[in-house]
Design a protein around this ligand. Structure first.
Ligand code: AMP
Length: 211
């Protein structure tokens, strides 16, 4: 029987990194609504055009858009082990997921709550820089380039993602506390908390032993 796991937690907690590891090492399918939306924005699809403004402001994209996106993906991967990364983010999204899963005779097996302080997130995300040319990712404190703001690999000047600016991060955190945190109550019986200030490999080992 395939497994359905949800990664719940604030932006910048490392949900994407851990999903990637479970995908590579355990064959899970990763469904990240953030990645799907960024792809839609890049390709300038109808969904992308509708979503962009919400994303730039750090707000949530409306539930109906997200739910139809998920419906499509669930049909595609009905019999696989799935990690939902960054979904659901509201109670209506969680209720819709339960409905969609019950039609497939499935349910959510585990919810992993990534625990980290807001100030640590601000520190992590404001320091993140990306190379617009080759895609390398740096952190100005934890993983700085050799020469200030210049990519080690290709020499391009590093940039900051629009939604990694401090005011947008603070907005994303506020939205998380108001709209997403209530899901911890919704999933009370299935939730396992995990401290994510440890290094990514130790966190991976903990998660892998739980699911
Ligand atoms: P993420 O990469 O998961 O932090 O998502 C980036 C942005 O995409 C968020 O700040 C939201 O604007 C939007 N987004 C991603 N997932 C959802 C979701 N499940 N519900 C609503 N908006 C979302």
């Amino acid at each position: 029987m395939s497994k359905i796991v949800i990664f719940l937690g604030p932006p910048g907690a490392g949900k994407g990194t851990q999903s990637q590891l479970l995908k590579e090492r355990n064959g899970f399918i990763q469904i990240s609504t953030g990645d799907l939306l960024r792809e839609a924005v890049k390709n300038q699809t109808e969904l992308g055009k509708l979503a962009k403004q919400y994303m730039d402001e750090g707000k949530l994209v409306p539930d109906d858009l997200i739910i139809s996106l998920i419906k499509e993906k669930l049909q595609e991967y009905a019999d696989k082990n799935i990690i939902f990364d960054g979904f659901p983010r509201t109670i209506p999204q969680a209720e819709s997921l339960d409905n969609l899963l019950s039609r497939l005779n499935k349910n959510v097996d585990a919810v992993i709550l990534f625990k980290i302080e807001d100030e640590e997130i601000v520190k992590r995300l404001t320091g993140r820089r990306v190379c617009p040319s080759c895609g390398a990712v740096y952190h100005m404190v934890y993983n700085p380039p050799k020469i200030d703001e210049i990519c080690d690999r290709c020499g391009a000047r590093l940039t900051q993602r629009d939604d990694d600016k401090e005011e947008v991060i603070r907005k994303r955190l506020e939205v998380y506390h108001q709209q997403t945190k209530p899901l911890t109550e919704y999933y009370k019986s299935k939730i396992v908390e995990i401290d994510v200030t440890d290094n990514p490999n130790n966190i991976y080992n903990k998660i892998a032993s739980m699911i």
